[in-house]
Design a protein around this ligand. Structure first.
Ligand SMILES: N[C@@H](CCC(=O)N[C@@H](CS)C(=O)NCC(=O)O)C(=O)O
Length: 217
């Protein structure tokens, strides 16, 4: 099977699939598109007009969580927990992680200090929730890296960049989330899941949108 991931270089949802593919050591091609000027072929095959898409020979999958579920079923090692109840709980928290990414994006897009601070409060509330279910580390469920970890690593990568530009973010993360994020960022599948100049591109994108937090970056 020939796998091709359709990507936008700084998209955290694509990054989830890249991490899963790297964990499973599966060969794949990656095609980058400009989401502000998407090619016609992309519009034809992306039902929501969003990345990621995973092309498998002539088939197309969309939605990062679905793509990663498929990869987990087809390519070993299985990263989801064995127990159906645990697996269902992980799916719920993966969904929570998607929302967290959207809330983080809103913080990046906030164009003034008030809007940014408000968004930090929202993030703080979400952190407190997920902190209740995270293990003592290193990963979400302890020693074993799981599919859920692929879903949160992109969040921590962006948080690390944002932290450099706001002291307020430093104290926002509960200790166990800090431990978790650090472990994820040290993992090879995560550190190699983005383009070499990711930080620069992320900052450039934020600045181009008038981001308050990245204004002086
Ligand atoms: N729920 C989707 C979210 C994907 C998503 O929001 N992708 C963004 C880029 S990071 C996108 O393609 N946006 C284009 C648009 O909304 O027009 C998933 O998990 O795959």
């Amino acid at each position: 099977m020939k796998l091709e991931l359709v990507s936008f270089a700084i998209c955290p949802f694509v990054q989830r699939a890249v991490i899963a593919l790297k964990e499973k050591q599966v060969d794949f091609d990656i095609t980058y598109i400009d989401l502000e000027n998407p090619p016609a072929w992309f519009k034809l095959i992306s039902p929501f007009g969003k990345v990621p898409l995973l092309k498998i020979d002539n088939e197309v999958l969309f939605e990062s969580a679905i793509i990663n579920e498929y990869l987990d079923e087809v390519y070993p090692p299985m990263l989801h927990p064995n127990d159906p109840l645990e697996r269902a709980k992980h799916r719920g928290w993966i969904e929570f992680g998607s929302n967290l990414l959207f809330e983080q994006f809103k913080a990046v897009m906030a164009t003034d200090e008030d809007a940014f601070q408000q968004q930090c409060e929202v993030l703080g509330g979400h952190f407190a929730r997920v902190a209740q279910v995270v293990s003592d580390g290193p990963y979400f469920m302890g020693e074993q890296f799981s599919l859920l970890d692929t879903a949160y690593a992109p969040f921590f990568m962006r948080f690390e960049i944002l932290k450099k530009h706001s002291e307020d973010l430093e104290d926002l993360l509960p200790t166990n989330l800090g431990v978790w994020g650090k472990a994820l960022l040290q993992r090879e599948s995560v550190s190699q899941s983005v383009v070499d100049d990711f930080e620069e591109r992320f900052i450039r994108f934020g600045k181009s949108k008038g981001s308050f937090i990245l204004a002086d970056a």
